[in-house]
Design a binder for this molecule. Structure first.
Ligand SMILES: N[C@@H](CCC(=O)N[C@@H](CS)C(=O)NCC(=O)O)C(=O)O
Length: 232
């Protein structure tokens, strides 16, 4: 959204879990990223709050339609993307990391971390454990997220077909959805399921390069469900 609006910024990468303490120390009210400190010192936290604040400080190009009815639809899609795909992406990824955290290295490509990446990965077990717990990355939630994948992707495709998302100019809902789907597409199990669809193409268009690669990790029956194939 910052790039789209042409707002210059400096990006600070934080390690999961440790990020909470850093954000608190910096005076942010909450403990989650994304979090932005503006030039005037104001702190804005949460992706929904950030899209609105950016729209206020730099209205062009717009993230929301001017027509109130159209805006309502985009806000609804943005909220859905923040609540559903965003949360499920985290559960899927942390579940996979609990199994095998070696793929973490691939996600750190280009990141400026305070410790060498090899050491960060070796000592990441508690971070993975806590992140898994905080995000509900357990078998039940992951099975549910995978079983609900066809419905979720169909809903996203419908929003695109209805013109709420996926227009020539990206809006706040596009920017909310694309990174979550793109993150899911780093998983070998999910790339073929999401990739060829309109929502997968949208994710690639908005986030052409997303570091990270997770080899096949889910039981094949769960993947078949995610693909919408009947399971016995
Ligand atoms: N839905 C919020 C939540 C953001 C969120 O949960 N971010 C994660 C990283 S993807 C985080 O900071 N987790 C650390 C924590 O929950 O303490 C948003 O879109 O801003």
């Amino acid at each position: 959204m910052l790039d789209y609006k042409g707002i210059p910024y400096k990006r600070t990468e934080l390690l999961p879990v440790i990020s909470k303490g850093v954000l608190r120390a910096m005076g942010f009210p909450g403990v989650t990223v994304p979090a932005i400190k503006l030039d005037d010192g104001r702190k804005v936290q949460g992706s929904l709050e950030i899209s609105r604040e950016l729209e206020r400080i730099r209205p062009e190009p717009p993230l929301f339609p001017t027509d109130p009815a159209e805006r309502e639809k985009v806000e609804g899609a943005e909220r859905w993307a923040e609540q559903v795909p965003q949360a499920r992406a985290r559960q899927l990824i942390w579940w996979a990391m609990k199994r095998d955290r070696t793929p973490l290295v691939s996600f750190a490509e280009g990141a400026k971390l305070p410790v060498p990446i090899g050491i960060a990965i070796k000592t990441a077990a508690p971070i993975v454990e806590i992140s898994g717990r905080v995000n509900g990355a357990d078998d039940a939630n992951v099975r549910m997220a995978l079983a609900a994948m066809p419905e979720m992707l169909e809903y996203a495709d419908r929003l695109i077909a209805d013109g709420v998302m996926g227009g020539d100019q990206p809006n706040a809902a596009d920017f909310q959805l694309a990174p979550s789907l793109r993150l899911m597409m780093t998983m070998e199990d999910l790339l073929p399921i999401i990739g060829g669809r309109p929502c997968g193409e949208l994710a690639i268009r908005l986030v052409p390069h997303f570091p990270g690669h997770i080899p096949s990790v889910f039981p094949s029956a769960w993947v078949r469900q995610a693909a919408g194939e009947a399971t016995v």
